[in-house]
Design a protein around this ligand. Sequence first.
Ligand code: S3P
Length: 173
Amino acid sequence: MIIVLIGYMASGKSTIGKRLAKKLNYNFIDLDDLIESKENASVSEVFKSKGEIYFRKQEALYLREQLQSKEDIILSVGGGTPCYSNNMDAILGAENVKSVYLKASIPTLIEKLMKKKATRPLIAHIETEEAMGEFIGKHLFERAYYYNQANVKVSIDGRSKKEVTKDVFDSLF
Ligand code: S3P
């Protein structure tokens, strides 16, 4: 089976994905890491040198490649992945694939992203919590349409990594 973890930036897709992969003895693949190794550059560098449109093309391409996998994998995708290039339809339509939305409230995301914005080109320039909240509020409103199509939704608010991993596991099996 392929389990695709989706959700906003800093919702824990990679962390939970790695834990789940260990628990299930599946391979773990992070789509951003894959793009970085194929491009031999960080996501921020790709955005800067080749632009977001190029990044979105590569993202859609490597997502489709992974969705063809015949092995059991946990695939963590970028926060924007489900929202471009009909990617959510590709995820929902692929064989043997389950999608999980790791859902976080705006206050949780503000707290996490103020600490982790540096490597994320879409928000790296945001300086105050207030501005971060305003940005996330609008962005999440647009993106929720895609995220909410996931097969399973799990809230991360106030929960430990261990609890979230267990919730994801229990809701899938
Ligand atoms: C993006 C999220 C990032 C990365 C890129 C764009 C987005 O991944 O793909 O910076 O559009 O939300 P994470 O969700 O892992 O931060």
